[in-house]
Design a protein around this ligand. Structure first.
Ligand SMILES: C[S@@+](CC[C@H](N)C(=O)[O-])C[C@H]1O[C@@H](n2cnc3c(N)ncnc32)[C@H](O)[C@@H]1O
Length: 286
């Protein structure tokens, strides 16, 4: 039976300033996301259908629902799916990848020549194009034959991770990919292209909220962390905490690569800023 206060089907469920503030606090506290959450229009459009689907009459009741220990966490996963941006493609930000391939990888090949192990974490990997790109660059470099390589992709969204594991991509994922590389590392499947086992075998995927305890790799376990186009959507408290986790996760001398519009300015972290020939990157001190 419908609640008497519930707005009629098709009618917009309006959000008040107080409700925007409450929702912002819940979402930012859960996953760090803050960008765009001051837009009542966006929240109404993306989350209004959720409020209605749960049979609730207002965003205030929705916030209460999200705070409940039983239902809240499950519904928060739905909120995240609605509010996060998953835009990504292979070989994104090519100038940075050139620096990674021509400057960072040869240095790591020298530094790790005794252990012959390399661990790279792609944090906020979306549908997998970034970790698969990293794996292709490792193969292309020819520096790590016979090594134990692990490229770990993590994301908060289960949906994108299942697409990453599936590994079949359409044209938009290849918008900046050299056709020769697409031919070398993919096989045609239906309308799309499937990543080859040679690349897939270097990668694994797991669900991880970057605000949760820092357990993806052990302390000092990563040689490089890629976290591109993720922190730009987050508030400063979350950014500081996540960057602290990256610092702990990196081995001394390990690199942190952010997106081109992101930096650690104003965060006061122990990372060193390193001027490579082709890019600026961050490094954990030796
Ligand atoms: C714009 S995509 C970036 C993908 C890729 N790194 C790139 O640059 O192409 C941002 C990803 O970060 C993920 N994300 C956002 N908040 C997160 C959090 N708290 N923990 C883990 N992943 C998060 C989103 O689900 C989304 O898939």
């Amino acid at each position: 039976m419908e609640s008497p206060q519930r707005p009629p089907e098709g009618e917009r469920i309006a959000i008040s300033e107080a409700e925007i503030g409450a929702l912002q606090a819940i979402v930012e506290g859960y996953c760090g996301l803050s960008h765009g959450l001051d837009s009542g229009y966006l929240l109404e459009r993306r989350l209004g259908p959720r409020v209605r689907a749960l049979g609730l009459d207002s965003f205030a009741s929705y916030c209460e629902y999200l705070r409940r220990p039983g239902d809240g966490p499950q519904e928060l996963a739905e909120v995240i799916e609605e509010l996060t941006t998953h835009e990504t493609y292979f070989f994104r930000e090519q100038f940075q990848l050139d620096a990674f391939q021509s400057e960072v990888l040869p240095e790591l090949a020298r530094a790790r020549r005794h252990s012959q192990r390399l661990t790279i974490w792609s944090a906020g990997c979306s549908t997998g194009e970034e970790p698969y790109t990293i794996a292709m660059l490792l193969l292309e470099s020819g520096l790590f034959r016979g090594w134990s390589i692990s490229v770990i992709g993590t994301d908060i969204s289960r949906k994108v991770l299942s697409a990453a594991r599936f590994g079949v991509y359409g044209a938009s994922s290849f918008r900046t990919t050299d056709p020769l590389l697409r031919e070398r590392y993919f096989t045609a499947q239906g309308e799309g292209f499937r990543i080859r086992d040679e690349v897939r075998g270097l990668c694994s995927f797991r669900q991880h909220n970057l605000l949760d305890p820092c357990t993806v790799v052990g302390a000092g376990g990563a040689d490089v962390v890629f976290c591109r186009n993720v922190l730009m959507y987050m508030g400063s408290v979350a950014r500081r905490r996540i960057v602290g986790c990256f610092h702990d996760s990196l081995s001394p001398g390990g690199y942190l690569l952010l997106g081109h519009s992101e930096s650690l300015i104003n965060l006061a972290t122990p990372f060193e800023l390193v001027h490579l020939d082709r890019d600026l990157v961050y490094r954990r001190a030796l």
